[in-house]
Design a protein around this ligand. Sequence first.
Ligand code: NAD
Length: 477
Amino acid sequence: MYTVAQLIGGVWGAGEEAGDLVVHDPATGAAVTAAPVATPDEVGKAVAAARGVAAEWAATPPAERAAALHQAADAVSAAADELAEATTAEMGKPLADARGGVEAGIATLRQYAELAPARGGRTLHGAPEALDFMTPQPRGVVAVITPWNDPVAVSCGLLGAALVTGNVVLHKPSERTPATGWLLARAFDSALPAGVLSLLTGGAETGAALAGAEVDVVAHVGSTVTGRAVAVAAARSGAKVLLENGGSDPLIVDADVDPVWAAGQAAIGAFANAGQICVAVERVYAHRDVAEDFVAALVERAAALRVGPGGDPATDLGPLVDRRHRDQVHGQVTAAVADGARIRVGGTLPEGPGAFYPATVLDNCRHDMALVREETFGPVAPVVVVDSFSEALRCAADSPYGLAATVLTGSMSHAQRAWRELPVGTVKVNAVFGGAPAGAAHPRRGSGQGFGYGPELLDEFTAVKAVHIEAPGGGHW
Ligand code: NAD
């Protein structure tokens, strides 16, 4: 059992005692974590304490901050096994995936440690006797509010970028993964001056208190509904918001692709991490010419996945994060079936403990069903049959979200149309999870705003100042 402590103003164990928040292992139902719930009063105190050390951290030379981030990466690396185990115990993903998330987080920290000091401003061509330049400066106090689905990778990106650019940070990890957040904060804190990072634990109320506090930036990764609430709170305080929110990513299967290969891509996209990935495949538009063979192959792939606890190395598909979430996923599937969708595999609640849900494929789906339009965040692949690539593109574009999209096609002109026309941040052609290192994108619509990752995230946490210097009296120095 993990007993989580908060870190406020450089003091571990400040604030409420552990115990108010209890997390259960989604594979067994056993209690795994007890964590405090920060009250709004404690949030206010933590923000004031952070403000008190902001100037000193901002004035620390960039190379020193980068060295501290490298040290933090070392500490995260030393705690990698522990972090992966905590992730699996709290949210259920297979241990190898959890470990992959930790490795991704470490790599991001090292990338930001290298990039940040090299990222300067620019010199301007003003009058010859004047000095004109633009320089990025830290924004000050940053609130980072994170989800549970890939807790180490997501948190490392935001924490690393905000800290290395000279901001002090208050981190509130998800109430579903507080021990993972606590272990991560311990690793970071060992490498940073006291008070530069604070850890607040709790749920929506704690998050809301932090989002509404007198901070300079609120960075939220999570659902669209929460992102909108964060934006409202920040509008009142004047804080800048950075939102990386939900998605309902489409997969288009064109008429000319091998349906068995396409099913392999769809299975990876829809079932990895039990579908609990922001860029998971949430809806499939399959051309009528290949739809039948595609669905048959996808059903086979779904049925072959070994379901089990994340701690078992043989497991392909771990449980969902908890039963509350499973009820939401199953509710969407049931509603679609009542509306005419047909379950080809899965779709039933298993007996026994935990929050397991089978990989589920449905056909006879329509574009207007909630299962197709809303984010499901479960191992569910609803298939809509279309009669043309244009129809597929039209449906894919017609969404309240705009995170990413994948197109499987042998036609270069269809690939070109897809990346030009789809109103999403990322378009992938013929690889559901492909992408070069250091790529970054702006999510569209309900999926958020700003760069949530990549080198450009460093810029989100700085404010650029323009400077003009002349000698007094118009003469020379
Ligand atoms: P969530 O928004 O419910 O919770 C995320 C965080 O916000 C948690 O720490 C939570 O306590 C906090 N929170 C909840 N209510 C709040 C409020 N009113 N004010 C401030 N903070 C509040 O999301 P979740 O269920 O933890 O995560 C799943 C969602 O995250 C999915 O929609 C997924 O697509 C999204 N996600 C997006 C990305 C991305 O990069 N776009 C990455 C990972 C996850």
